[in-house]
Design a protein around this ligand. Structure first.
Ligand SMILES: NC(=O)c1ccc[n+]([C@@H]2O[C@H](COP(=O)([O-])OP(=O)(O)OC[C@H]3O[C@@H](n4cnc5c(N)ncnc54)[C@H](O)[C@@H]3O)[C@@H](O)[C@H]2O)c1
Length: 418
């Protein structure tokens, strides 16, 4: 079997961590059980480009139990947990191409190795697999039934491809399912981003000025959790609706040019580029900490920081200290890569359960419906979303009311008023 991983000796640890994650993934576990019985994905070749974590490993196992022939590569050079590829190769016979810290060249070489599988379905997190297929492996395009996309930035890129008439097969935007972005992006990113910052630095958040750039689903989660830890949270935005939402949620809102001078910790999570740049670094206090949780490492203008700095040294794992004018030090975490995956373990399994249930059921949907779909980006079908929410509620021991016949009638009529 072809694969490229760090160290097969890590397989036992990886298997234990997969098991640990599975305990908090009851919905995916139910899907595994039905897939194992009915093999609905029998013979389907799937290439996946995802963060190689213990939760992803459980998704790969579910697809394989469903009969699919799966290959996996990393969707970020720094997010791979090296024990997981070992466990997947050794214990599940799933080829993986991912090594934590791989350079740019190896990252793309691994994507091409995942594509050597001649996939019928692609699974992406950030759209690097799809864009590589469309640029360097065009001969594969006619054989692809469809693909899924896990994150906001990937959905934005794929919609742009569709608008430009370049996209050659249907994509299901898993990110946009309610049971994905309302929970994974908010509660997952909220908690794991702070976890990443704390593991990298061991700072006390209480009393610090914590600047969150971007008040989308991820930014809301990070702001909420940073406030919970006692930080004074400042939000920066470019969208007036999100800006007013942050104000009414009780946060200070101001432009980055103002926040730069007072922030102790800065976190970008916008999906945009150069959100923190030269003019902001010039205003920062000595000791400022800068990190990113957005998909790509372009949110912080690292080349500008490199140019401004007289000296740079690694002072801890995941902490690079840049010395600027007047001896001011700015600390960049995790080379500007998504800090929750670079320095911590990414989202907890409890929340990835819903995201990956959406992935598994969207693959099943694509396998059965691709001929009805065009070269466009589609939402996850509403009934899949609702089914996942119902199963998750049940697994958490919670239940909700049912509409009575009278209520159903009332809610669909206009006659009754004051
Ligand atoms: N770290 C993770 O595990 C993780 C998880 C999910 C999503 N993501 C990524 O995080 C990013 C944000 O995702 P989201 O779902 O919150 O997106 P979103 O679209 O809901 O929110 C992004 C927000 O950033 C704002 N913004 C854009 N440019 C800005 C700027 N220059 N300054 C300030 N604000 C700006 C937008 O107005 C918007 O409100 C994406 O790149 C996404 O792929 C990361």
């Amino acid at each position: 079997m072809d694969y490229d991983i760090k160290d097969m000796a890590l397989a036992a640890k990886g298997r234990l961590r997969m098991e640990w994650a599975e305990r908090s993934m009851p919905v995916l576990k139910m899907i595994k059980a039905t897939f194992a019985k009915s093999k609905p994905l029998r013979g389907l070749r799937i290439s996946a480009c995802l963060h190689v974590t213990s939760e992803t490993a459980n998704l790969m196992e579910a697809l394989k139990l469903g009969g699919a022939d799966v290959r996996l590569c990393a969707s970020n050079p720094l997010s791979t947990q090296d024990d997981i590829p070992a466990a997947l190769v050794k214990h599940h016979r799933i080829p993986v191409f991912a090594v934590k810290g791989e350079n740019h060249k190896t990252y793309y070489a691994h994507i091409l190795q995942a594509l050597d599988h001649r996939p019928q379905i692609t699974m992406d997190d950030g759209a690097d697999l799809v864009s590589t297929t469309h640029s360097k492996r065009k001969t594969l395009l006619p054989g692809i039934l469809g693909g899924t996309e896990e994150t906001t930035t990937g959905v934005i890129r794929l919609k742009s491809m569709a608008r430009a008439g370049v996209l050659q097969y249907p994509i299901v935007a898993v990110n946009d399912a309610q049971t994905k972005h309302l929970f994974d992006n908010r509660y997952g990113t909220g908690q794991s981003t702070l976890d990443g910052i704390l593991r990298a630095t061991n700072i006390l958040l209480a009393g610090l000025n914590f600047v969150v750039a971007g008040y989308g689903m991820c930014g809301k989660g990070v702001a909420m959790r940073a406030r919970g830890a006692g930080a004074h949270v400042i939000v920066t935005e470019v969208d007036p609706i999100r800006g007013i939402e942050a104000v009414m949620d009780g946060f200070r809102v101001m432009p980055m040019a103002e926040a730069a001078a007072i922030g102790d910790v800065f976190l970008t999570v916008t999906g945009d580029k150069a959100v923190i740049r030269r003019e902001h670094f010039l205003k920062m206090k000595d000791g400022a900490i800068v990190a990113n949780a957005g998909h790509f490492n372009v949110e912080i203008d690292i080349p500008a920081l490199e140019k401004l700095a007289g000296a740079k040294r690694r002072v801890r794992d995941y902490v690079d200290e840049y010395t600027l004018s007047r001896g001011r030090r700015v600390h960049l975490l995790g080379e500007g890569r998504l800090i929750n995956l670079a320095a911590a373990e990414g989202h907890p399994a409890m929340v990835m359960d819903m995201s990956f249930a959406n992935q598994a059921l969207s693959v099943l949907y694509l396998a059965g419906h691709s001929s009805e779909l065009g070269k466009a980006v589609y939402p996850v079908p509403r009934d899949i979303d609702a089914r996942i929410a119902a199963l998750k509620l049940k697994s958490m021991g919670a239940s909700i009311d049912k509409l009575t016949a009278e209520q159903k009638k009332y809610l669909s009529s206009w006659q009754e008023g004051t």
